[in-house]
Design a binder for this molecule. Structure first.
Ligand code: MN
Length: 299
């Protein structure tokens, strides 16, 4: 199943013909609209049959007639993998790296970081570049949506805690600031257009992933090359924090990261999971620039 959030945070499921069937009634009326997807995921065992039946038999809206929002507009946490592909490590450090002369370590050293939930955006919006004169990159990533409360989960059991997957862009300001700051500006976590439930992606460890900017291929890899695969990421992060239904893990980007500019169009495609198209705008104002350090990272 492909699950959507649309218009005023209504819930939808894709019909076989490609339209969207409204399944908002599958969550309680008292749930705040922005929390509906979290509630749907938390109550999934009780409603999955109804959602599947609606996909087959419900009245479908033309997807072009709705405003597609991020499919999970309010995860309680987005935890993310730093340097989880060897060829990305190689492009970041060393003499020719983005961080010239520095040693880029991997997830085995860095562990993880957190992106602000408020950085989530979706296909109806745009990536807004906040600053002039600083390099801001695309990072193509597989996103994992947690299905049930996870704490101290063994990697051998970890896939049982997954609800589904989504395309995720970890938009990143390059520079010396802390990762959580550089990656948490508003609109820096585009996700969607849908959450694909786990039954449609039995193995997250063999998915082709690619990203184009203005039609030009920038990133092309396979999730089998992750240093820590999805089960080990769930083990690592659930050993530190309690992951809740609807929380998101960003699994790290492969090689090929590069800068974005006003007017670009980014397309991220992941086998079986979907395709996310995002325009890029800005910077529109200069008011923030005096409060953010300059950087030695070249544009
Ligand atoms: Mn990343």
């Amino acid at each position: 199943l492909r699950l959507y959030c649309f218009d005023d945070y209504r819930l939808g499921v894709m019909a076989p013909g490609g339209g969207i069937v409204d399944v908002t009634s599958c969550v309680g009326k008292r749930v705040a609209p922005i929390d509906r997807m979290s509630a749907l995921i938390e109550g999934w065992e009780a409603v999955r049959g109804d959602v599947a039946a609606a996909a087959q038999a419900g009245e479908a809206l033309d997807i072009a007639s709705v405003r597609v929002l991020p499919p999970q507009p309010r995860p309680s946490v987005i935890v993310a993998a730093p340097v989880n592909y060897v060829r990305h490590q190689q492009e970041m450090g060393g003499e020719d790296g983005v961080y010239r002369g520095l040693v880029a370590h991997t997830i085995e050293t860095y562990g993880g970081f957190v992106k602000a939930s408020s950085s989530v955006t979706g296909p109806a919006a745009a990536i807004e570049l906040p600053l002039r004169g600083r390099r801001i990159d695309h990072e193509a990533e597989l996103g994992v949506v947690i299905g049930r409360t996870a704490k101290d989960v063994d990697r051998r059991e970890a896939l049982k805690y997954v609800f589904g997957y989504l395309p995720l862009l970890d938009i990143t300001l390059r520079g010396e600031e802390d990762r959580s700051y550089r990656k948490s500006f508003d609109t820096f976590t585009p996700i969607g257009p849908a959450i694909v439930t786990v039954d449609e992606v039995p193995d997250p460890g063999g998915l082709g992933i690619s990203l184009t900017v203005n039609g030009q291929l920038r990133q092309h890899a396979n999730t089998r090359d992750m240093i820590y695969g999805v089960p080990r990421l769930i083990e690592l992060y659930s050993s530190a924090m309690t992951l809740r239904p609807g929380d998101i893990i960003a699994t790290g980007t492969p090689q090929g990261v590069g800068p974005l500019a006003d007017g670009d169009e980014v397309v991220l495609s992941i086998d079986s999971v979907g395709e996310l198209t995002m325009p890029v705008t800005g910077p529109r104002t200069t008011s923030r620039e005096s409060r953010v350090a300059s950087s030695t990272i070249p544009l």
